[in-house]
Design a binder for this molecule. Sequence first.
Ligand code: SF4
Length: 151
Amino acid sequence: MPKMAKSPWLLHYDGSSCNGCDIEVLACLTPVYDIERFGIINTGNPKHADILLITGGINEQNKPVVEQIYSQMPKPKVVVAVGICACNGGIFKECYNILGGVDKVLPVDIYVPGCAARPEAIMDGVLKAVELLDKKQNEAMAKERRENHAG
Ligand code: SF4
């Protein structure tokens, strides 16, 4: 895991899950898994979030909410789809109201399949998200430096 200048903050949004995956996300916060030992903090404010973790599929009702949360997050940002419902609609994908997985509306960076997704798999997905976030931050800083030199 990269050494980052700031703790990566994460926002968890439940799209239309059955809550099975949400329980496993909560398990990651318990002392058994303790995801916060990596400096990861769970926030409810999109303006503070670096990582958007979504459980459940996308429907007409949550589509604008998901889009708004994502648009409010500062760049660079990473999206993690947790559970097969968030990956592709899962067992609900044939339902009349389900549009599909999170990638129907947002660019998903990391897919964590499973029904429900296991805490170990969620932890692995979040740590991959932290690595990707670090890479995106370094690229953004390098671009800014190039632009400053050019100007
Ligand atoms: S992947 Fe399974 S456990 Fe997770 S929200 Fe969908 S149905 Fe529920």
